[in-house]
Design a protein around this ligand. Structure first.
Ligand code: HEC
Length: 503
């Protein structure tokens, strides 16, 4: 009898000891659900590490091994990725959140001597003019304090970028959207449609290509991704209009074509423009568009993804893995993961240990069908959890682009604005269900689709002249039969005739 009693006593003692010390131990890793995902040879663990956030825009790995992040409603916080604990560091008061709000953030690389954070956000002045502010804050060990406005550029409701990075030579690089002001994109006197380069105090570096101007390179539309690779190459990711989302390699003084060239110089007007203007073409372009957002360089412990740009997408709701060549100048291949799983993905951040963090943006102004879910927005960690034994490996079939069905054409080219149910977004994108133009005369509808338009709200309908007659015919038939009272088809032949007439 003695033995069991002794054992019991010992166990109780251990239990009591554990209870006594448990509050001093690091808490168990928090995760709100975790799953596995297999690559060719690597097993990934995918864990939600933060939830109930409000449209996070930017994530940065801190020198304290915390994940710092911004939310569009003016908050900067840091997340302990091990425990899930979130500490709020700053609530900006003068941000303006309509579509945009608080956006990007970058931490000073010389943190010990300069515990500073640079933050970009939209602000509306008393005269109703929207501006985009670059403000430096200092971390006092607890919160971010002492804001200093170091630079300010015109802002807008959309097309306002942005991302911030700091170069090895300690300059701040800032991607700024075109603000829909096409005429000034190539003018160094204006900040729109550019990568801007500033000293860390907001002054203009003496070696910028246009004296006195922050312009470093120009010809961008809506650039929301900016990252350095290991060897110091700078890549930018931007939204195209109806076609040609792009990733570009950014170099000093170069011009990237927009608004004269979308993607490559392949249309007649584009070719004419390139006869007299030198432009740099993308290392990767996408039509149908995917809405690329945050981008980070990966060289961590997931072998399949080494030496790649990781790009998060909004419209396509996926993570794109763009493998680079050795010189980190060209994209060799693309893999698409997590399609439609977590909704819109605004940013991606790689930790020094090779873990990847992605953040959802389902509580921004343009949520997709079936989102937000209750726990949105989320930050999700992707980490290597094991290796598949050699004899158990099966080459995974990569996710492929959809076959071109009428439904997939509508999803690729129309759904991001007019939505899957045709209902649109009130105030921005009209409903197709109640649209008299969709139901009306094809001689008016087709030229409208070919040429696009600019609505009173300032939100444009892109020109779809680049689609073939049969693609347009499929789309019109699909939209009419699903949303409209007039279900009459318009054949490819009819579209061809109307196109010829309207030229
Ligand atoms: C980037 C957003 C966007 C995309 C993508 C888009 N549209 Fe539109 N669409 C608009 C806007 C904005 C308007 C309002 C334009 C106006 O009133 O001049 C509009 C208007 C329309 C109308 C007229 C609605 C009315 O008021 O009667 C039709 C029809 C239409 N779009 C069809 C399409 C089809 C078909 C596609 C896909 C091939 C498409 N749109 C893709 C933004 C978009």
């Amino acid at each position: 009898m003695k033995k069991p009693i002794y054992l019991l006593a010992t166990l109780t003692g251990v239990a009591a000891f554990l209870t006594a010390v448990s509050s001093y131990r690091t808490p168990e890793p928090v995760h709100f659900g975790s799953e596995k995902h297999e690559l060719d040879s690597t097993v990934l663990d995918i864990t939600t590490v933060a939830q109930n956030l409000n449209a996070p825009w930017d994530m940065a790995w801190g020198p304290d091994n915390m994940l710092w992040f911004t939310e569009q409603d003016g908050k900067v916080s840091k997340l302990n990725p091990k425990t899930g604990q979130i500490t709020e560091l700053l609530q900006i008061k003068d941000y303006y959140r309509k579509r945009l709000g608080l956006m990007s953030m970058v931490l000073h690389p010389d943190w010990k001597t300069h515990p500073e954070v640079f933050i970009n956000y939209s602000h509306i002045q008393p005269d109703s003019v929207i501006v985009s502010k670059l403000v430096r804050y200092t971390y006092n060990g607890k919160i971010l304090t002492d804001p200093v406005l170091i630079y300010q550029i015109p802002g807008y409701l959309g097309h306002n970028g942005s991302r911030l990075v700091i170069s090895k030579d300690r300059k701040i690089l800032w991607s700024a959207g075109d603000l829909k002001q096409k005429k000034t994109i190539h003018d160094p006197a204006f900040a729109n449609g550019k990568v801007l380069r500033l000293n860390l105090d907001g002054t203009i570096p003496a070696d910028n290509p246009h004296p006195g101007s922050p312009a470093w390179s120009m010809g961008f539309r809506v650039p929301q991704g900016l990252t350095y690779t290991k060897n110091g190459n700078l890549f930018i990711a931007e939204h195209g209009d109806a076609t040609d989302d792009e990733v570009n390699l950014v170099t000093k003084g170069a011009s990237y074509g927009w608004p004269y060239i979308a993607g490559f110089s392949d249309l007649p007007e584009e070719k004419t423009y390139s006869e007299t203007h030198e432009s740099v073409y993308p290392v990767k372009a996408w039509t149908p568009t995917i809405a690329p957002a945050g981008m980070d360089y990966y060289d961590g412990n997931i072998p399949e993804w080494q030496n790649a740009l990781l790009l998060s997408t909004l419209k396509d709701q996926s993570l794109r893995v763009l493998k680079l060549d050795r010189k980190q100048e060209k994209v060799l291949s693309e893999e698409i993961v997590f399609s439609q799983k977590y909704g819109r993905l605004r940013d991606v951040c790689v930790s020094p240990s090779g873990d990847i963090y992605i953040s959802t943006s389902n509580r921004d102004w343009n949520p997709p069908a079936n989102f937000p879910i209750k726990t949105d927005d989320r930050i999700i960690r992707i980490s290597k959890s094991g290796t598949i034994p050699k004899n158990k490996r099966i080459a995974k079939t990569k996710e492929k682009a959809n076959a071109e069905t009428a439904a997939s054409l509508y999803a690729s080219f129309c759904e991001s604005c007019h939505k899957a149910d045709g209902g649109g977004v009130p105030g921005s994108f009209p409903s197709l269900v109640t649209s008299s133009r969709l139901a009306g005369n094809k001689e008016i509808l087709i030229p409208f689709l070919l040429k696009g338009s600019q609505s009173a709200s300032g939100e444009g309908m892109p020109a779809f002249g680049f689609l073939t007659d049969s693609q347009l015919s499929e789309i019109v038939s699909y939209a009419r039969s699903n949303f409209s009272k007039n279900t009459e088809n318009v054949s490819a032949g009819e579209i061809g005739e109307i196109r010829a007439k309207s030229k």
